[in-house]
Design a protein around this ligand. Structure first.
Ligand code: APR
Ligand code: PHB
Length: 394
């Protein structure tokens, strides 16, 4: 087989890149390890920056998001019982975010790809990229007992944190930056009305809590828990009781509880690999970087990587501008590191760290106090939360 861009992984990064390239007349083939049902079964984040919203519109996959997504003009910080409103719209001259689940983004992208007739091979085993440093790269994989080879111009590694793309790059060509946090997030999905019309990020001495939502009737809540915690030890009742303790009383009283539809624990990690490319192999999204979920940046960073590679490949195929290819990593990393910083900062400010001594705790509380009581501080939070601009590719 032959294609122009071989894409490994059919998560949001791979599918969105595939859609943009397909619309631009550039041929793609996506190979995905799992089945479509498995991919859609994963519950992930749900806040889209304006840049991602616009990219989805540009890709022609935004009709349902524009109908069903919830535009949020702000969010709340609950700081030891006190609510502080971050008015995103007024602090950023009109910018907002869209609350729309990653699962739904993926569903819309899958439907668009099916309609477009572009090829996706699901349940592909042993995908391997080859010849990345040559002018004739290719990938191989097994499907239904047969081995296939796909020759291509470029390979996009959109295969997440545990994927094969990053692992195919010689270790001495990569530098890894990593921080693992001593806690995780226990998340619950429930068919209950949201406790508040905006997201609430709660700092509390018992630990962080987040009230999020998917729609007017479906909610997503999270609790900070120790890293070794077992999900089996958390009955729904225990979850709701603990959540109420961490919310300001006025919200706790209003909280509507119900049976969980999904419950899972995710570790918190900051991770960046540099560079994000190796010859003709490019890394995008979780394959190259992970952020702790506190700033809702993971999915959005995948989208900005997609935008960067797509715009570079457009110039390559339309204008022969191959000089831009080697700039991919540095362009992406500038934005990646800013989102890493913001996610680390939000995590550091809002979580309880057992190892923090009294001094560190006072410094943290006072830093947060300064930020939320200063217009400049609130602007900084808002500007980062709605998403920093994408760099122009010229
Ligand atoms: N071969 C083929 N496909 C693979 C392989 C492999 N060896 N390894 C992983 N995959 C697939 C996974 O099954 C998954 O469907 O690659 C896809 C990667 O998707 P995601 O993990 O969702 O990553 P990405 O597309 O970068 O999405 C951005 O940011 O913070 C997160 O929650 C956010 O998952 C979202 C991500
Ligand atoms: C979510 O709805 O899953 C969500 C929202 C905001 C975050 C993280 C997760 O910061």
């Amino acid at each position: 087989m032959k294609t122009q861009v071989a894409i490994i992984g059919a998560g949001p990064a791979g599918l969105l890149l595939g859609q943009l390239l397909h619309n631009a007349g550039i041929d793609t083939l996506i190979v995905e390890r799992q089945t479509p049902e498995y991919v859609l079964g994963r519950i992930r984040a749900g806040v889209l920056e304006q840049g991602m919203v616009e990219l989805l519109r540009q890709a022609g996959v935004a009709r349902r998001m524009d109908r069903e997504g919830l535009v949020h003009d702000g969010f709340e910080l609950a700081l030891d019982g006190r609510l502080v409103h971050i008015d995103l719209k007024s602090l950023t001259a009109g910018k907002t975010v869209m609350v729309y689940g990653q699962t739904e983004v993926t569903r819309d992208l899958m439907a668009a790809r099916r309609e477009s007739g572009a090829q996706t091979i699901y349940a592909a085993r042993d995908v391997v990229p080859h010849g990345m440093k040559s002018d004739e790269p290719f990938i191989t994989f097994d499907k239904d007992g047969e081995t296939w080879r796909v020759d291509c111009d470029y390979i996009a590694g959109c295969d997440g944190f545990h994927g094969v793309a990053r692992q195919s790059i010689p270790a001495d060509c990569l530098k890894v930056f990593e921080r693992v946090y001593p806690f995780g997030w226990l998340g619950i999905l429930a068919d209950t009305p949201p406790v508040h019309d905006e997201l609430v990020y709660a700092r509390h001495e018992r630990g962080f809590a987040l009230c999020s939502m998917r729609s007017a009737t479906r909610t997503r809540y999270y609790l900070q828990v120790p890293a070794q915690e077992k999900v089996e030890d958390w009955s729904d009742q225990r979850f709701w009781d603990e959540l109420k303790k961490r919310l300001p009383p006025a919200l706790a009283e209003k909280l509507v509880t119900g049976p969980s539809i999904e419950k899972s624990i995710a570790p918190l990690r900051s991770f960046v690999v540099e560079p994000m490319q190796y010859g003709r192999l490019f890394l995008l999204g979780d394959a190259a970087h992970i952020v702790p979920p506190t700033g809702a940046k993971g999915l959005n960073l995948a989208a900005s990587d997609v935008s960067t590679l797509f715009n570079i490949l457009l110039k390559v195929y339309r204008e022969g501008r191959t000089d831009l290819l080697e700039k991919y990593s540095q362009i992406c990393l500038r934005r990646v590191w800013k989102a890493e910083r913001f996610s680390w900062w939000m995590t550091s400010m809002l979580h309880h760290f057992d190892e923090h001594d009294d001094f560190s705790q006072r410094i943290c509380a006072s830093e947060l106090d300064y930020f939320v009581n200063s217009e400049a501080g609130r602007k900084t939070i808002a500007e980062n939360y709605v998403g920093l601009p994408y760099e122009a590719i010229e």
